[in-house]
Design a protein around this ligand. Structure first.
Ligand code: COA
Length: 352
């Protein structure tokens, strides 16, 4: 029997501060109606002063590991998808691993923006298939409130902060929870469509002082919208072909929660009935690498997913990057609804 990665733990967390559309409309040239009708978003959560990606990621990881207890009690690899690391270097994954009591295990970041969780999942599943690891914690965590310009009405309403995580273990492809296939891709010719222009080696080697305005997230929304639908649709079709499923076999299509209209357009393009597209963006916004595990946690705890369901995950993000995965849904009776809490402990209290 060939070896496969099997999903056996899931958890997610949001920071407590909730920002409504009305609150944004009070200071930006926008309205609740515009934001809600164009994106499906009513509110989002943002971190408080001093909180960072690792704080949320640690709590999501703790919750995912708790839900896997009995099946998996520890992991031997940690992979963190994030576009908002605590620091430009080192990677944030080793800090998260140590805060979870996992000092010593390999831990690394994956930078594929909103596709990051699928890329990290593929890295974790690949490590299990290649026998580099037997149990892997895969996290997706982002705090876009720290990079979005709060005065930009085109990006500030869209993004929210959050973290989610899954635990993978070695198993076989016939088990519920088995990750059966992946499709990944990228297109660097369109890197400029989603960018934080400053702060990297391109700007620093130019001898200019870092321009604070260039440190904000920028996006060409209309072009991104079109690419997102095209790439997630193509990638979903490709992964279905790879695992030998017909589109009618799909019980749930869990796309990156970028925009509710994008998710229904992808379902329509692929031929999945709209009611099988998981749309869980309304109260969280686009949480980048956290969006798929957050949507999975919500669906798993509101009867949106049942054991044995055939599930396709698909994502698109900056890079450009995209990716999909097909899996059967495991018995997740121990998964808890996502927490809304002041997550984590300050990093200095564990290092100092
Ligand atoms: N409130 C009111 N008006 C706004 C606005 C806001 N918050 N943001 C933009 N507008 C205006 C625009 O300036 C534009 O005005 P104009 O017609 O006078 O030029 C008008 O609304 C329409 O803008 P447009 O960009 O065409 O709207 P849209 O229907 O494409 O929706 C997005 C905009 C950003 C919601 C949409 O393009 C989108 O979701 N893009 C993908 C975003 C995303 O998911 N990014 C991450 C990918 S991983």
């Amino acid at each position: 029997m060939s070896r496969a990665a099997v999903l056996c733990g899931l958890g997610a967390v949001l920071p407590p501060r909730r920002v409504t559309n009305e609150e944004l409309a009070a200071r930006l040239d926008t309205t609740h109606e515009w934001i809600h009708s164009r994106t499906g978003i009513s509110s989002r959560h943002v971190v408080g002063l001093g909180a960072a990606t690792s704080d949320l990621a640690t709590e999501a990881g703790r919750r995912a590991l708790a839900s896997a207890q009995g099946d998996v009690n520890s992991v031997d690899m940690v992979v963190l998808a994030t576009a908002t690391p605590d620091h430009p270097l080192p990677g944030t994954a080793p800090a998260v691993a140590s805060r979870l009591g996992l000092t010593g295990v390999p831990a690394f970041d994956v930078a594929a923006v909103c596709s990051g969780f699928i890329y990290a999942l593929a890295a974790g599943a690949g490590a299990i298939s290649a026998q580099l690891a037997d149990r892997v914690l895969v996290l997706g965590a982002d705090v876009f409130s720290t990079i979005v310009d709060p005065d930009d009405r085109e990006t500030a309403p869209i993004f929210g902060d959050g973290a989610g995580a899954v635990v993978l273990r070695a198993g076989d492809p016939a088990e519920d929870g088995a990750l059966l296939g992946f499709q990944l891709g990228s297109d660097g010719t369109n890197a400029g469509l989603i960018q934080v222009p400053g702060g990297g080696s391109r700007e620093r080697s130019g001898g200019r002082r870092v321009d604070p305005a260039e440190m904000h997230f920028s996006m060409q929304g209309r072009a991104v919208y079109r690419h997102a639908i095209a790439r997630m649709s193509e990638s979903t079709r490709a992964v279905l072909e790879r695992v030998g499923w017909d589109v009618t076999d799909v019980d749930a299509l869990v796309g990156h929660q970028a925009n509710a209209r994008i998710l229904t357009a992808v379902a329509d393009a692929v031929g999945v009935p709209r009611e099988r597209a998981v749309i869980a963006i309304e109260h969280v916004g686009n949480t980048s690498a956290a969006s798929i595990p957050l949507a999975l946690t919500r669906a798993a705890t509101t009867d949106g997913l049942s054991r044995g369901d055939r599930v396709v995950l698909t994502a698109f993000g900056g890079g450009l990057t995209w990716g999909s995965s097909a899996l059967t849904w495991p018995d997740f009776s121990r998964v808890e609804a996502y927490a809304v809490e002041q997550a984590g402990i300050p990093a200095q209290s564990i290092t100092g």
